[in-house]
Design a binder for this molecule. Structure first.
Ligand SMILES: Nc1ncnc2c1ncn2[C@@H]1O[C@H](COP(=O)(O)OP(=O)(O)OP(=O)(O)O)[C@@H](O)[C@H]1O
Length: 855
């Protein structure tokens, strides 16, 4: 192509290194995701085009390198290695050694010797012959070179140079120059040692000259590099197997800094972390999140592998499979295609194939052999909002430094269990809620006698066994504690047993949380600008420690929340701003995507919605997505969640309830209008963002300037934009927040949020979870004890009834009607002085929460 487009022979000058050629295929078209990840391209993508005079990188931009090379329009000439190195130096307030600006390890000048020229010729011949041998690559396949296989075959540099990275180059003395052995590098690593390497060194003046020309522009730089017959490229060679950096006497630097090193065949990936280096085969990991159905009629044997906490709440049921119907006709073409693909994936006996219960033995054998998916659950699988597919297995407990169940049991054999079950009511709350670390802190429960030791629990009861495991997964409590609670009669088992049959996603039905589906949907839009992806393992995170991610240092202060899927820490960033860092295992780029989409769709063509987006929708400031976990940096909200508010405010004035519920309904109306189902609406997923201004009056109810709640936790959201009218079957997964449709096994989509809203209303007004009653549409209700004196009582009951008894996906209630009901009531019954009293009380509770969170 180069020859075709540059017939005057300039091609050789323009494409001096293989990476230059790769740049040609860079797919940077607007609206498309950046595919190519060579260092330069990556930099081009991440570096903002800076039209201002000020350097654009980071708060403490001291590194000249940035302003010279990165912060210029077009941004060429600096490798990611240098950028990382510069950032690393910057954390110590240091600049980059000018001698190292070019390749990182450039040393004394090397006079080009005759044998160097020969070596270069040989190298070029080799490239030419390699190119001839290989079938021509289409531009498209080059552009897609960032696909999974290609990624696996790369090695990524550590974020900071290893300790060896700063040692001087091995060959830098003048005397050495005369005796330089000549070795030619080849992609054939086996024979590489027998080949000759050509060393090509630059001296300081050369480096300076190069820096200038690079800053002046790529074209000039290339021309000058041709004339001086030296290459300033530090970028890595790929397909041709040649890395011209070898010419720069940087072989060792390459190994340490290079973003990509190929070793052996494509099946081998060398992963370099900060301290370790291991070679592991490509892992195709699948986690289809299959749970054990607690139904004893499933004939599960007791010697089956024991499950511990983790996994997701989907059960494949053999009866359902027999009477399987493929679900509803899918109208949208993309949906049917996706659906077919998903089915193919399953039927194609891939690792994602959910085993039927009829093949249960095989299923276990198979997975134990392969050591993935279901087999993983036996080791204590991951609880996640995102069904984990394609990620290496990570035991969340050990990841967070907790003990495995096996370890615990071993310990229990030696020491008597000492955990204390809190009193009934508090414990039952614990059983129902997952995310209440902060609330729990505030409540000091009196100790109760220890429950019977887990060993004494009749293990033969598979139903209870499985049930406890299900609870363990759902509620993030230790299975032992739950089992003990069940034996002690403290756990609510009936409701769960009743709901058992709905824990099914039948073969052929779309799983809205399927990772493949999510990836396809994500691939249709550009990646969120604030998402930074890394192939390395995530750094561990601990309170009172600093944590460096993507060149940014956070001082982690305390754990402020722990959900089933993540731990949330309060942290301080480099700008001394307090932030919330959500550490999720495995990594969840979906939440970043959906927040980004939600915001974009909300404000699209609607300037007036920006405020609402800012106040009401979780905004991910930065997302660091690693291979094992993700860190989402969000604004920190000191006033806690609606759950904490409800706990502190037992009998709230109707004004404040009406104010909060109306805001929730208004937000959800917009969420649905953006074709997004949140999927996990509950009081602990609404953060209180600010106190209520005592000057706000009657019109505050419907104003766009008075929002005080924000929806967080979008990990279970469903993007209906492309799944238009699609329905699902199966449970959403949060105990007490599964809608009647899920329980009945009826098709659902937006009903999940209607029910979540109804259940949240009950908590906000009564500080208790309502229990779902009734067994068919028309009869469903929530048993919640709203005080008779609460003037809003009837309105709330009316809305609950409507939202719980939705005939079908085609008769979804209108949010506007519910909002209007609240507004009408407010209008008729508003009393200024009660409202002000209610505000004072609300603000008091906020202050209390803020004080608690500070401690
Ligand atoms: N930005 C924030 N500021 C303050 N606290 C927060 C913030 N984000 C989350 N939290 C706290 O952490 C808890 C858990 O967060 P989140 O719901 O995102 O995690 P999760 O693991 O997805 O939870 P769940 O199991 O409820 O789905 C929240 O309920 C809240 O108490």
């Amino acid at each position: 192509m180069a020859d075709e487009y540059f017939p005057d022979g300039r091609a050789a000058a323009l494409f001096a290194s293989p990476d230059d050629t790769l740049d040609v295929f860079r797919d940077n078209a607007p609206g498309r995701r950046m595919k190519r990840r060579s260092s330069v391209c990556h930099l081009q993508q991440v570096a903002p085009v800076n039209t201002a005079k000020e350097a654009a990188f980071g708060p403490r931009t001291k590194t000249k390198l940035r302003s010279e090379f990165i912060d210029v329009p077009g941004t060429f000439g600096v490798s990611i290695e240098e950028f990382r190195y510069a950032k690393w130096k910057d954390t110590f307030g240091e600049d980059v050694d000018p001698h190292r600006r070019d390749s990182g390890i450039v040393q004394a000048k090397h006079q080009v010797a005759a044998n160097d020229r020969c070596a270069r010729e040989e190298v070029e011949n080799r490239i030419a012959s390699n190119l001839k041998r290989r079938p021509p690559l289409s531009p498209l396949s080059e552009a897609n070179a960032d696909d999974e296989d290609e990624k696996r075959s790369r090695i990524y540099s550590p974020l900071v140079p290893t300790k060896d990275a700063t040692r001087p180059a091995l060959r830098n003395s003048k005397t050495f120059q005369d005796n330089i052995p000549t070795i030619t590098l080849s992609s054939d690593t086996k024979s590489a040692s027998s080949k000759e390497i050509s060393y090509n060194q630059l001296d300081d003046s050369d480096t300076e000259e190069k820096l200038k020309t690079m800053a002046a522009g790529r074209e000039k730089a290339r021309t000058s590099s041709l004339s001086s017959s030296t290459s300033s490229s530090t970028r890595t060679a790929k397909s041709g197997g040649l890395d011209l950096m070898a010419e720069n006497n940087c072989l060792e630097a390459h190994a340490m800094f290079s973003e990509t090193v190929h070793i052996g065949g494509p099946e081998k990936t060398m992963v370099i972390s900060d301290e370790t280096m291991s070679i592991k085969p490509t892992e195709v990991s699948s986690n289809f999140s299959v749970l054990c159905d607690p139904d004893p009629t499933m004939n599960l044997t007791h010697d089956r592998p024991k499950k511990t906490s983790g996994g997701l709440n989907m059960v494949f049921d053999e009866l359902a499979l027999v009477e399987e119907s493929i679900g509803e006709a899918v109208e949208v073409k993309t949906v049917s295609k996706i659906k077919k693909d998903l089915e193919d994936t399953r039927l194609g006996k891939s690792l994602r194939t959910p085993p039927t219960l009829g093949d249960e033995d095989d299923m276990f054998d198979d997975e134990l052999i392969h050591g993935h998916g279901f087999g993983k659950i036996t080791h204590g699988s991951i609880v996640t909002s995102t069904p984990a597919a394609g990620v290496a297995f990570v035991d969340i407990e050990s990841y967070f430094g907790n003990k495995s169940e096996a370890d615990r049991e071993e310990e229990e054999n030696v020491v008597q269990p000492k955990f204390v079950v809190p009193t009934g009511s508090t414990f039952n709350k614990l059983m129902r809620r997952k995310s209440q670390a902060a609330a729990a802190q505030a409540q000091v429960a009196p100790p109760a006698p220890p429950p019977p030791a887990p060993k004494q629990v009749p293990a033969a009861n598979s139903s209870i066994d499985c049930l406890s495991d299900n609870l363990g997964r759902r509620l993030s409590l230790g299975a032992d504690e739950i089992r003990a609670a069940i034996v002690a009669g403290e756990a609510e088992t009936t409701g769960i047993l009743n709901r058992r049959r709905s824990e099914i996603i039948r073969k052929g039905d779309i799983n809205p949380w399927d990772e493949t589906l999510r990836r396809r949907l994500m691939a249709t839009v550009r990646a969120p600008i604030n998402m930074h992806e890394f192939q390395e393992r995530a750094p561990k995170i601990q309170a009172n420690r600093d944590c460096e991610v993507g060149g940014e240092v956070f001082h982690i202060q305390t754990l402020i929340g722990q959900g089933g899927y993540a731990k949330v820490y309060k942290a301080v960033n480099e700008e001394k701003k307090v932030v919330a860092v959500k550490y999720e295992v495995p990594s969840c780029s979906w939440e970043v995507y959906i927040c980004d989409q939600m915001r974009n769709r909300l404000i699209k063509d609607r300037e007036d919605r920006v405020k609402m987006a800012d106040w009401c929708i979780m905004k991910v400031m930065d997302a660091y997505v690693f291979s094992t976990a993700s860190l989402l940096v969000n604004e920190y909200h000191e006033y806690g969640t609606l759950l904490e508010y409800a706990n502190s405010m037992k009998d709230p004035n109707w004004h404040i309830s009406c104010f909060l519920l109306t805001q929730m309904a208004r937000i959800l109306k917009e969420v649905h209008a953006c074709n997004i189902i949140h999927g996990d609406i509950k009081p602990d997923n609404f953060m209180i963002t600010r106190k209520i201004d005592p000057n706000w009056d009657k019109d505050a109810l419907m104003s766009n300037d008075t929002f005080v709640v924000k929806i967080i936790d979008w990990g279970r959201a469903i993007d209906m934009m492309q799944l238009k009218d699609q329905t699902f079957k199966g449970r959403a997964g949060t105990e007490d927040f599964d809608s009647p449709e899920m329980i009945d096994g009826r098709p659902w989509n937006y009903q999940a949020d209607y029910f979540g809203f109804a259940a949240t209303m009950a908590v906000v007004v009564t500080a208790k979870y309502g229990k779902l009653t009734g067994s068919k549409v028309g009869e469903y209700s929530l048993s919640c004890d709203i005080k008779r004196r609460n003037a809003l009582r009837n309105t709330i009951f009316d809305i609950i009834k409507k939202f719980l008894n939705i005939e079908s996906v085609n008769t979804l209630p209108d949010w506007s009607e519910a909002i209007q009901q609240f507004a009408d009531f407010w209008e008729t019954n508003f009393d200024g002085s009660s409202w002000r009293q209610a505000i004072a009380k609300f603000n008091e509770v906020c202050d209390l929460a803020a004080t608690n969170h500070k401690q």
